[in-house]
Write a protein that binds this ligand. Sequence first.
Ligand code: CA
Length: 179
Amino acid sequence: MVHVLLIEDDAAIRTALSRALTERGHAVSSSPTAMGGLHQVMGSRPDVVVLDLGLPDVDGCELLRMLRAVSATPVVVASARDAESEIVKALNAGADDYVIKPFGAEQLEARIRAVLRRGGAPAEEYQGIEVGGLRVDVGAREATLDGVPLELSPREFDLLHYLAARRAAGVAAPRVATG
Ligand code: CA
């Protein structure tokens, strides 16, 4: 099941899309404002965000830039703005895809599936780092070695996460003095 967060201020569109995506087996949450949506991205970590651009509090492109600073969650922009310059602006701001209103739920769902395929694993798994037998779950702040949970202080966890991320990225870890 895919968790879709819909950020859309038009109540009729919000209701219709929520219903259509729910009927197709997805978990849908929604926000009528940009900042409410940003809170939900951080709090409930959806798999994909469907984002309207004309929002009452903050423009969707501005929200995209904020979101991209803190999250890699795929974003499909859904907007009536059909000018090439608007589409380019949204893609440059970090959108993964762009669908022009009006569109059918079937097209939106296909685009959601496509960005999830490109993005790989859903949000929860995306947070995990594995190096050898070590697994660091950044979201849950838990680490296991060969499946056995490690008891770490927050500072130890941060250090381990830092080292594991560097190893996973192929960067040589700095020497750490051990006693
Ligand atoms: Ca709107």
